[in-house]
Design a binder for this molecule. Structure first.
Ligand code: AMP
Ligand code: FE
Ligand code: FE
Ligand code: ZN
Length: 292
């Protein structure tokens, strides 16, 4: 019994629709999947229905872009309420800045004599949370680059001429936001972050889990992060980080996360629900009367 707790769809920079992703998950004989699109929960409604049809257990989630002492860290949220007001508000802000960033990157490309039209990127992205992969695909489609890698290497990687900064919230704020939406928060792909010192600090600040299993982690890295998670009392999570066909072969099915991780996450979510209702009960229902 296995799960995949890190998956993207066309609601951010993945290429699969929720229905296609659920179909792949079923063929890979997964028992449970989580959707973790970048800075959006827009795909969760369709993924819920698609997983129901495919007979899969579904965990609504997101991958939130955050910053910790100058490092970009991604925080995975699981068992979120996609309707949560504060979460929705913050995601709308993320998405507005993501769209503006597409304009900024296209402007930079235009100044570099690449006459890419911003509309072609938005048409191709066709979602509220566009990112650099959409610009890269438009560059390939228009014949300016021969591959996504070339687009990133020549133009879009940090430090390259068309790169533009991204909106991030402090990592501790991302954790709070996810908790407030009923979710459990896990630090994504620590092996790619070059910021291991963040883990102890964030564990103290309420982080619940660590993504020990990830397709870009070596066996030694996975082992090390399993030990780190144990040391800091963090839940173990993991996933393929599949973006569909955007990077050649789909990654879904290539990493098998023990289903036990889902059971532990679910327990943590239930404990969180008790904490949240306790906090709500303590909040005064209305403001105290003004002194007369
Ligand atoms: P953004 O959210 O706009 O900063 O874009 C980051 C996303 O770009 C990551 O989540 C990956 O999906 C993708 N990405 C980063 N580097 C590359 C690369 N060299 N080739 C293809 N996709 C990449
Ligand atoms: Fe991505
Ligand atoms: Fe990530
Ligand atoms: Zn991801």
């Amino acid at each position: 019994m296995f799960a995949d707790l890190h998956l993207h769809t066309c609601f951010s920079d993945g290429t699969y629709t929720p229905e296609e992703l659920a179909g792949h998950a079923r063929r890979c004989q997964l028992k449970a999947v989580a959707l973790t699109d970048h800075d959006t929960v827009d795909g969760c409604a369709r993924m819920t229905a698609a997983c129901q049809t495919a007979g899969l257990e579904f965990i609504p989630g997101a991958e939130i872009t955050s910053e910790f002492h100058g490092h970009e860290l991604h925080v995975l949220g699981y068992y979120l309420d996609p309707q949560n007001h504060a979460l929705q508000e913050q995601l709308v802000r993320f998405q507005a800045v993501r769209r503006q960033r597409i304009h900024d990157m296209v402007e930079r490309l235009n100044r570099l004599n690449v006459p890419l039209a911003v509309e072609s990127v938005f048409t191709l992205a066709n979602c509220q949370s566009p990112g650099r992969p959409h610009v890269a695909r438009a560059l390939v489609q228009g014949g300016w680059c021969s591959s996504l890698d070339e687009a990133f290497e020549r133009f879009l990687k940090k430090g390259k001429p068309a790169w533009a900064p991204k909106f991030k919230i402090p990592t501790t704020e991302a954790i709070e936001l996810l908790h407030h939406a009923g979710g459990v928060a896990a630090l994504a792909h620590p092996g790619l972050n070059h910021c291991d010192e963040a883990i102890a600090v964030l564990a103290d600040a309420g982080l619940d889990g660590l993504e020990c299993f990830h397709t870009k982690h070596s066996t030694a890295m996975t082992q090390r992060y399993l030990e780190v998670a144990e040391r800091h009392g963090l839940l173990v999570t993991g996933g393929s980080d599949c973006h569909g066909m955007s990077k050649g072969q789909p990654l879904i099915g290539s990493l098998k996360v023990p289903y036990e991780c889902v059971e532990r996450l679910r327990d943590a979510m239930q404990r969180r629900a008790v904490d949240n209702s306790f906090l709500l009960a303590r909040e005064p229902a209305s403001s105290p009367p003004e002194p007369s």
